[in-house]
Design a protein around this ligand. Structure first.
Ligand code: HEC
Length: 203
C-alpha cells in the first residue's frame, strides 16, 4: 500500500465573510483522496443523473446570483467598487448556494485570482488538462463531482482582461487584494475557469 490509499476527511465548517469560494453545507463531509475516478456522461447511472440535476441547479443559481450581484454593483460603484464586492460577496454567495442545495460548490481556475479558490483534489487533473467540456467524477462514498467550464464574456474584461486596458482604480483594487493575481490578460471566449460541484451520495 502506498500513500495513494490514504483518504483524507476534511470537515469544512461554514465560515463567515472573506473565506474561499469553496462553500460547503455545514453537514456535508467532503472526502478527498485518490479513490475518485473520472466517468463519462454515458456511464452515469440513474442515481447519478439525479445528482447531476442537483449539481446543475446549484450551478445555475450560483452563476445567476453572481451575475446579478456583479451587474448591480457595476451600475452603482463602477468596476473598481465591484472588485470589493466580488471579493467579499462571491465566497458568501457560494456558501448560501451550498447550504440551500445541501452540497459543496465553488469556482476555480488554472489561473487563479483568489488563491483560496483551489480546485478540490478530484478535479485537479481535469484542471491541469484545461478541460473545456463538462467532466464527471464518482467518489468513494457515492458522491458525484462535476466540473463545468466558464468562458470569458465581454463584461468580464473589465477585471480579467489585459491589465493595460483596465481602469486604474480596478488595477489598484486588484493589486491590494490579490498580490499574486494570475487572472488578467484573458480575451473574450477564453476558458476562464470552472464551476465545481460535489453532490453527496445517498444516505
Ligand atoms: C468587478 C471586477 C470583476 C468582474 C467584472 C469579473 N470578475 Fe471574476 N473575479 C473578480 C474578483 C475580485 C475575484 C476573486 C473573488 C473570489 O474570491 O471569488 C474573481 C474571481 C473569479 C473566478 C474564480 C477563480 C479565481 O481566479 O479566483 C472566476 C472563475 C471568475 N472570476 C470569472 C469571471 C467571469 C466569467 C466574469 C464575467 C462574467 C467575471 N469573473 C467578471 C473580479 C471580477
Amino acid at each position: 500500500m502506498t500513500c495513494r490509499a490514504i483518504v483524507v476527511f476534511v470537515l469544512v465548517a461554514a465560515s463567515g465573510c472573506g473565506g474561499s469560494d469553496r462553500a460547503v453545507a455545514p453537514d456535508v463531509e467532503v472526502v478527498v483522496g485518490s479513490s475518485w475516478r473520472a466517468v463519462s456522461e454515458e456511464e452515469l447511472a440513474p442515481a447519478q443523473h439525479a445528482q447531476l440535476d442537483r449539481a446543475l441547479a446549484a450551478r445555475d443559481q450560483l452563476a445567476a446570483t453572481l451575475m446579478g450581484e456583479l451587474k448591480s454593483e457595476l451600475e452603482v460603484g463602477g468596476p473598481s467598487g465591484a472588485v470589493a464586492v466580488c471579493r467579499d460577496m462571491a465566497p458568501m454567495i457560494a456558501e448560501h448556494v451550498a447550504d440551500d442545495h445541501g452540497l459543496a460548490i465553488g469556482r476555480t481556475s488554472h489561473r487563479l485570482r483568489n488563491p483560496d479558490n483551489l480546485a478540490p483534489a478530484w478535479a485537479e487533473s481535469a484542471v491541469d488538462d484545461l478541460a473545456d467540456a463538462t467532466r464527471y467524477f464518482s467518489g468513494p462514498a457515492g458522491e458525484l463531482g462535476v466540473l463545468l467550464p466558464i468562458k470569458l464574456g465581454a463584461p468580464c474584461l473589465a477585471c480579467h482582461g489585459p491589465a493595460e486596458s483596465m481602469d486604474e482604480g480596478v488595477r489598484t483594487a486588484l493589486a491590494q487584494s490579490y498580490p499574486d493575481d494570475r487572472a488578467t490578460d484573458f480575451a473574450e471566449g477564453d476558458l476562464r475557469g470552472w464551476f465545481w460541484v460535489e453532490v453527496p451520495g445517498e444516505g
